[in-house]
Design a binder for this molecule. Structure first.
Ligand code: C2E
Ligand code: MG
Ligand code: MG
Length: 393
């Protein structure tokens, strides 16, 4: 039983409209149909999901051959109305009788395997295994725990200082979420943000983050005379909400915060997934006064022509490119042009994850203006941040 799910198919619908999407699906169906034998069954079970049932296998390698044919089928672009679409698929497989003896079980396990194929980078095949079920259970438990987390005030924001590399003066703070789990202790965002996005919970959580960050910013302005910006990470799902702008304006009004004190951090992937929409939305936000920073810059594949159209005022150089500075050749040849690019485009460059003097010296020499990292400060809970700010004054 093979679950075949097209990767990033939504992009086609978003960019070219649903009728074009439908035609691409027809082409995919036709091509897959060309691969199956008379004994096999191919079905489209919804959206961009196909199921292939391979019966009466001749030998152990037979299914591998068929599956490789399926992946290879995607190597040739799909042509619709003179347009060429390059697609890939993620495939999850369960086998009778090892992975289940009922249709329900086989489907469930093929679906689990398909999700694993997606998670391990898409465009590949995964066979079901027992440990996957363990992952699924862990996930379900976390999903359940997340549901009560907001109401039970288990989330907390930590703040990491951003500084001018030359003067070491504080320029801003980045709000970073933490989850104080009642039994598991402090959980870092990388362990749960992805899941909250899949479950669309990030919309509610993100709203909470914006409200809390504004409330804390007000307090810092009043008690520590903090003048800098508050940087807030926003997920693409939040930006897709039609009332995003109205909601954030309302929050600002509630805490009497000026939009020019807020910087929204978005990742490159937001821009790639839907450039037209993003550019329009970001322009509106810029016009209201928000600053926009492009997070994790260099890890995606945004096109320079899209970048040029974005009202972005800051590029955040991902920590992975800072790690091996000043000696790592790869990191040098990546960070130098990013800094030059941002300077040429009138954007500020901010290097993340600076831990050593050597990294900092290299960045300063190459014209990087801003930095953030353990060398200056780890992300701190509000109370500790206030102490830190008082030592700086
Ligand atoms: P990010 O926005 O790129 O945040 C920077 C991450 O690098 C933070 O990890 C920070 O603690 C870490 N970092 C900063 N300096 C250093 C350093 O010198 N050394 C090391 N080893 N690490 C450093 P954190 O807090 O675990 O956040 C991870 C990611 O989770 C963030 O990456 C962001 O993408 C996401 N995230 C955090 N808070 C939120 C939120 O409120 N909303 C959304 N949508 N995503 C969030
Ligand atoms: Mg960030
Ligand atoms: Mg980052």
């Amino acid at each position: 039983m093979c679950f075949i799910d097209l990767d990033n198919f939504k992009n086609i619908n978003d960019s070219y409209g649903h009728s074009m999407g439908d035609q691409v699906l027809i082409e995919v169906g036709k091509r897959l149909f060309g691969l199956v034998r008379e004994d096999d069954t191919l079905a489209r079970i919804g959206g961009d999901e196909f199921v292939l049932v391979i019966e009466n296998m001749k030998n152990d390698t037979h299914h591998a051959e068929v599956l490789n044919d399926v992946l290879s089928a995607f190597e040739v672009p799909f042509i619709v109305e003179d347009k060429s679409f390059i697609l890939t698929a993620s495939i999850g497989v369960s086998c009778f009788p090892e992975h289940g003896t009922s249709i329900e079980e086989l489907c469930k396990h093929a679906d689990t395997a398909m999700y694993q194929a997606k998670e391990s980078g898409k465009n590949n095949i995964k066979f079901y295994s027992k440990s996957m079920s363990q992952d699924v259970i862990t996930r379900l438990v976390m999903e359940n725990d997340l549901k009560g987390a907001i109401q039970q005030a288990q989330f907390e924001l930590y703040y990491q200082p951003q500084v001018c590399l030359k003067t070491k003066k504080l320029t801003g703070l980045e709000a970073l979420i933490r989850w104080n789990h009642p039994t598991k202790g402090l959980i870092e965002p990388n362990a749960f943000i992805g899941l909250t996005e899949e479950l669309r919970m990030i919309i509610t959580i993100g709203n909470w983050v914006i409200g809390q960050a504004c409330q804390d910013l007000k307090r810092l302005q009043e008690t520590c005379n903090f003048q800098g910006k508050m940087a807030i990470n926003v997920s693409v799902l939040q930006l897709e909400q039609s009332h995003f702008i109205d909601a954030i304006k309302e929050t600002l009004a509630k805490y009497q915060i000026n939009a020019n004190k807020i910087e929204l951090e978005i990742t490159e992937s937001v821009v790639i997934s839907n450039p037209k929409y993003t550019i329009t939305l970001l322009n509106k936000l810029r016009d209201i006064g928000f600053a926009i920073a492009l997070d994790d810059f260099g890890t995606g594949y945004s096109s320079l022509s899209d970048l040029k159209q974005l009202p972005v005022s800051k590029l955040k150089i991902d920590k992975s490119f800072v790690d091996d500075l000043p000696d790592g050749e790869n990191d040098k040849v990546i960070t130098q042009p990013i800094i030059s690019l941002s300077n040429a485009m009138n954007m500020e460059a901010l290097a993340e994850g600076i831990e050593t003097q050597g990294q900092m010296d290299f960045l300063i020499q190459n014209g990087c203006g801003l930095g953030q990292g353990y060398l200056f400060s780890k992300p701190l809970p509000l109370k500790h941040l206030i102490d830190w700010l008082n030592t700086q004054a």
